[in-house]
Design a protein around this ligand. Structure first.
Ligand SMILES: [Zn+2]
Length: 345
């Protein structure tokens, strides 16, 4: 974007100025440190700043170096992951670009999401005429779906597949094209407007609940921050820059530290006992618990995962994996809390 245009843009509400919503902020930070933990599902009331939080996080991350002119913003530092466009031909110029946040609208067709292969053009000109879709633009960033529970199941399935593999494959009548599509999937929704199938729920790494704050001081703080930002976004963001820098540094240090963080057997045993107590299907719960606890430890600057990390991340890692128990009508968060109390007694 030319400088003239970007200077006219209203700066994004700063991540560090978000009041409350601790669980959602923690989940997003974890995904920023280790995208392998899988997507983040944010369920809750309207107007609780779900979309603001994700944009704020992306804006806080340092700009990424990308191959100039590449529709997938390939990383010039990782030629092995290059798209077909960058893999052919010699070295290319690179530039810095903000971490993308791509919105996936509810009515989007599959073609618009994955991209289209134009067969006529491909056969006529002898070239693969591929029009990249939203997944191409989301590469190395975030893909945000508001009201993910209203999206068609097959699209959610497809998105989860691509997010897990990091590759988008488009096939049309014998022609096929693959391109990198590594992104963090963030889905938000209101459970009162429709539910996600359990098979889909289970494939999101983390699930958080956001609610409108009930206590007066928090409500006042939220309103004050929002008002100050809207009256003078530039001044508000400038005042917040010190806090933003701290979080940015914390994320970058955590990314560096992540490969060194140990997960002791004792922590895995706790995770296993917790999942057994809750009766979660398969091993995805434990795997997510391990990975998210590790990213949380890295964010804390710790060398190893402790019980405390497991405790803090267990509700977001497990609440969407519980089988419905007709004899237990308490909410999923309450059930995780109860299992935590048992296992950590
Ligand atoms: Zn490329």
């Amino acid at each position: 974007m030319p400088p003239a245009a970007s200077s006219l843009r209203v700066p994004t509400f700063p991540f560090s100025a978000i009041v409350g919503q601790d669980e959602m902020r923690q989940a997003l930070l974890i995904a920023a440190v280790d995208p392998v933990v899988g997507g983040v599902l944010v369920f809750g009331d309207r107007g609780t700043g779900k979309s603001t939080a994700i944009r704020a996080l992306a804006a806080l991350l340092p700009p990424m170096r990308a191959v100039a002119g590449c529709p997938y913003s390939c990383d010039p530092g990782s030629p092995a992951e290059a798209c077909p466009h960058c893999a052919s031909g010699g070295p290319r110029r690179s530039h810095k670009t903000p971490v993308p946040v791509v919105d996936l609208p509810l009515g989007a067709t599959e073609d618009r999401v994955v991209g289209t292969l134009d067969l006529e053009r491909a056969l006529g000109a002898g070239v693969k005429a591929f029009e990249p879709g939203l997944l191409a633009r989301a590469n190395r960033g975030f893909l945000y779906i508001d009201e993910v529970n209203l999206l068609e199941d097959h699209l959610v399935d497809l998105l989860l597949d691509v997010a897990a593999s990091g590759v988008n494959t488009v096939e049309r009548e014998g022609l096929s094209l693959r391109h990198p599509a590594r992104f963090v999937l963030v889905g938000s929704g209101n459970p009162e407007e429709g539910e996600l199938r359990p098979q889909l729920l289970d494939r999101f790494g983390l699930a958080c609940e956001v609610v409108t704050p009930r206590d007066i001081p928090t409500r006042i703080a939220v309103v004050r921050a929002r008002d100050a930002y809207e009256r003078d976004p530039a001044a508000f963001c400038a005042a917040q820059e010190g806090e933003e820098k701290k979080i940015r540094k914390r994320i970058l240090l955590a990314r560096e530290r992540l490969p060194e963080v140990r997960v002791p057997d004792a922590a895995l045993e706790r995770a296993a006992r917790l999942c057994l107590a809750l009766g979660t299907d398969g091993l995805r719960g434990e795997l997510t618990l391990m990975r998210t606890a590790r990213a949380l430890a890295a964010l804390d600057g710790a060398d190893a995962v402790t019980d405390e990390h497991i405790r803090r991340i267990a509700p977001a890692s497990l609440r969407h994996r519980l089988r419905r128990n007709p004899l237990d009508e308490s909410g999923s968060t309450a059930r995780v809390e109860r299992a935590l109390a048992e296992v950590f007694a």
